[in-house]
Ligand binder design. Structure first.
Ligand SMILES: [Zn+2]
Length: 342
C-alpha cells in the first residue's frame, strides 16, 4: 500500500486549508477539500439561504468521501480537508482509514483570532458560504471539530505560524500506519459463527418487524423485509432464509430447499421491479458480517450514483443512514404486500 490518508480538520478559519495545501506540496499528494466540492456543486444553482448552503455541504461530503475512497482503494494517497465534526464524520473517516495508513491533524487557534480571521476574509469567498449567517451563529467552542477516529492525531496550534513546526507536521504525516485495532480481520470465532454459533437470524424467529424493517413477504422458507433506512436505493429489501435450520451459504441447501428459496427471492425481486421500475436488479448474497443465508435485493436506478459498480452503501454501516419518510414507507409496504399476495 503506497498511499496514505492525511486528514486535516479544525474549526472555521483555523488555518486548515493553508496547512492542507502546504502538506500536499510537501508530501506530493493531491489535496481534496470539502469546500472545493461544495463550491463546484453550487455552480448551477441560484444563491440560497443557510439551509441551502448546508444541503450543498451535505452533498459535498458525500461526493468527497466517494472520491477519497476511490483514490485510496487504488493505492494512491491524499490530503483530505474539511471542518469535520465529531460523531457525524467519524464513521466515513474510519471507513477511509481502513484503506490506507492514516493520520489526523487538527488545526486550532484561539476563538478571538479565528473570529477575526473569518470576518477579515468575509466577502472574498465563494457565494456558497453564507458568511453572515455563520457569523451570526458563531460557535466559539471548537471541541466539536476535535475529531478522534482512532488514528494517530496531532494538534497543531496555528496562532502564529505552526506549532509544532511544519517539518514536524510533515514527519508526523509520513509516519502514518494502520492501527492494529482498525485492521480488518475475520473474527476469531468465525468458523463457529458460520456453523451457527450465536446466530441472531436463527434466534429471532419469524418476525413481522426485523431490525426496524417491516416484512413484505412471508414465504415457506424465507421472510422478506423492506429496509427502513434510506440508503438512496428505494426498494432495497432483504430476504432471509427461514428454513428451520441455520444455513450459511446456499451450497448447503438441498435441491428442494434451494429451489424454494430462490423462487421466493425471485418473487420478491419481481414485485420490487414492478413497483419501483428500476433499470437493473442486484441480488447479493454476502454474509461477510452475519453468516446466515440472506439475499440483498437491490433495485438500481439511473441516478443512483454508482453506475457500473455495486451500490456504495453495501460497504457502510446502515445505522447511520436516515430513515425513509414514514408515509412513503407505508405506501411502499402496502403496494409490495399487495403484489406479493398469494
Ligand atoms: Zn442462522
Amino acid at each position: 500500500m503506497s498511499g496514505r490518508l492525511v486528514i486535516v480538520a479544525g474549526a472555521p478559519a483555523a488555518g486548515k486549508t493553508t496547512l492542507a495545501l502546504a502538506l500536499g506540496a510537501s508530501l506530493e499528494l493531491p489535496v481534496i477539500t470539502k469546500d472545493d466540492f461544495k463550491e463546484a456543486i453550487a455552480t448551477p444553482f441560484a444563491t440560497g439561504d443557510i439551509a441551502w448552503s448546508r444541503q450543498l455541504g451535505s452533498a459535498a461530503y458525500s461526493a468527497m468521501f466517494i472520491v477519497a475512497e476511490r483514490i485510496l482503494a487504488a493505492g494512491q494517497g491524499l490530503v483530505l480537508e474539511s471542518n469535520f465534526r465529531r460523531g457525524m464524520s467519524d464513521a466515513p473517516l474510519q471507513a477511509l482509514a481502513r484503506l490506507a495508513p492514516t493520520v489526523v491533524i487538527v488545526c486550532r487557534s484561539p476563538d478571538a483570532l479565528r473570529h477575526k480571521r473569518y470576518e477579515e476574509r468575509a466577502g472574498t469567498r465563494h457565494r456558497v458560504h453564507i458568511e453572515s449567517a455563520i457569523l451570526a451563529e458563531w460557535v466559539s467552542d471548537d471541541s466539536e471539530t476535535m475529531i478522534d477516529i482512532g488514528s494517530p492525531r496531532l494538534i497543531v496550534d496555528t496562532t502564529d505560524g505552526y506549532s509544532p513546526s511544519m517539518d514536524e507536521i510533515v514527519a508526523f504525516a509520513r509516519s502514518a500506519t494502520i492501527p492494529q485495532a482498525m485492521k480488518r480481520e475475520w473474527p476469531v470465532d468465525w468458523s463457529e459463527r458460520v456453523r451457527g454459533k450465536d446466530c441472531p437470524m436463527c434466534a429471532e424467529g419469524r418476525l413481522e418487524v426485523a431490525h426496524g424493517s417491516s416484512r413484505i413477504f412471508e414465504g415457506r422458507v424465507s421472510d422478506a423485509y423492506l429496509v427502513r433506512n434510506d440508503v438512496g436505493q428505494r426498494g432495497y429489501s432483504v430476504v432471509i432464509w427461514r428454513g428451520g435450520r441455520h444455513v450459511s451459504d446456499p451450497t448447503e441447501l438441498s435441491k428442494d430447499e434451494a429451489s424454494t428459496y430462490f423462487d421466493e427471492v425471485l418473487r420478491v425481486g419481481r414485485a420490487i421491479e414492478k413497483h419501483y421500475r428500476p433499470i437493473k436488479m442486484n441480488f447479493e448474497m454476502l454474509g461477510n458480517s452475519l453468516p446466515h443465508l440472506h439475499t440483498h435485493v437491490v433495485p438500481r436506478y439511473l441516478d443512483d450514483g454508482e453506475p457500473g459498480h455495486p451500490p456504495h452503501f453495501m460497504r457502510i454501516d446502515l445505522q447511520d443512514e436516515p430513515k425513509i419518510p414514514e408515509q412513503a414507507y407505508a405506501r411502499d409496504l402496502t403496494a409490495l404486500r399487495e403484489l406479493l399476495r398469494d
